[in-house]
Design a protein around this ligand. Sequence first.
Ligand SMILES: Cc1cc2nc3c(=O)[nH]c(=O)nc-3n(C[C@H](O)[C@H](O)[C@H](O)COP(=O)(O)OP(=O)(O)OC[C@H]3O[C@@H](n4cnc5c(N)ncnc54)[C@H](O)[C@@H]3O)c2cc1C
Length: 441
Amino acid sequence: VIGGDAGGLTAATQARRQRDAADLEIVALEKSRWASYSACGIPYVVGGVVDSLNDLVVRTPQQFRDANAIDVRIRHEAVGVDLDRRVVEVRDHDAHRTYELGFDVLHFGTGSAPVRPDLPGIDSDEVHGVQTLDDAAHLLEHAQGADVGEVVVVGAGYIGLEMAEAFVERNARVTIVEAGPQVMPTLDADIATLVTDALRDKGITVELGRAVTGFEAGVVHTSDGPLRSDLTILGIGVSPNSALAIDAGIRTGVRDAIAVDRRQHTSADGVWAAGDCCESFHIVAERPVHIALGTVANKQGRVAGLNIGGGYATFPGVLGTAVTKICDTEVARTGLSETEAHRYGFVPVAATIESSTRAGYFPGARKMKVKLVAERRSGRVLGGQIVGLEGAAKRIDVIAVAVTARLTVEEMTALDLSYAPPFGPVWDPILVAARALSGAT
Ligand SMILES: Cc1cc2nc3c(=O)[nH]c(=O)nc-3n(C[C@H](O)[C@H](O)[C@H](O)COP(=O)(O)OP(=O)(O)OC[C@H]3O[C@@H](n4cnc5c(N)ncnc54)[C@H](O)[C@@H]3O)c2cc1C
């Protein structure tokens, strides 16, 4: 197994459940100092909500050895794969030696890495990606410094926004610089505007349509002049770590992610892949996509592990269901946005409604907006987006189920959803959105 996090170790533990150690020897290589960790928790450690980086470690290598008979080797990097000879070339960073490891079955869980645009000064020490716990340790050190100063976040993907909030919590002055016209490109522009408003309300400067052109000590250069920066964070998205697979002759697809079939098998015999390093099939768009989410990595890893262990399992695909909290605002999306629906050849209709997280009269009721997207002729629900204050976001899961089950908006209006005043109005906001749309399909 190459890669010691969700995509790699979920496969390893699942394979172990199928086959005992006498039958299947499992070695997992992890190049960093950390294995089995939650990168999703990094913004909350940096922001001081979670106490320590160690809290993000799910299981130590020793626990993997003791409980699962899986030999997790940290600081061991796979640097080459020879499919003909069935060996991986491994660099042991602590012992400063390179050795060969033979395999019958190989599994890639190499994840992804923050996109680093080819700009002057990009390799400077002040420009940080956010991916591993090593990255997090650097950022935490800065966040805990006496004067955090000016922080510039380049790009307005959700990781960049979560990091912006983390540094505001540490009293930094934060500027987000985004070349595109909106934050969070997976949202429609009208919904993304609500997120921009929430960021600005929190005191974060959001510069849209402003491109970064280079980095220097203490400065980020942009199309609109320089910005002072004591710390610069990249939030432009991630690209799959597939170079090793490509060098080995394994087929890749969208954005150079490793191509896999429905069982997570790659183009090479006996070679599997799961997580951020590989493609997924989009259930609505009906095409391969690269969506880097922990939810997907865990599910794909489980499927790969079942198959590696001799079983039969398939991964049906993804909707890109995602949720985040930016300042006090919860933001969630699933399926296709209206923009994506157009892009993939649908003729969509959409409705956006405003409702509330509790019955209107109930103390603590907060606003929520729901946007629902459907196909015009069939009325099939294609996706949804929700933005609101506390209590808003998890409703996205209802829409995700509706999209998966290919419900129409008409069918959605009749869903028997729960109600009591502390949890929502009698017509749940999702039902209100479905009703608003049902006349238009
Ligand atoms: C700040 C942040 C917040 C996030 N929040 C969310 C969230 O709220 N919800 C969500 O669903 N997802 C979230 N994600 C995404 C989620 O963390 C990833 O999708 C998930 O970690 C992917 O798991 P993976 O195992 O495929 O890849 P990774 O977690 O990247 O693990 C891959 C591992 O492989 C190792 N590796 C790579 N190449 C080699 C090699 N050649 N040899 C040995 N080891 C190698 C790497 O060091 C790494 O540890 C977040 C990510 C970040 C960075």
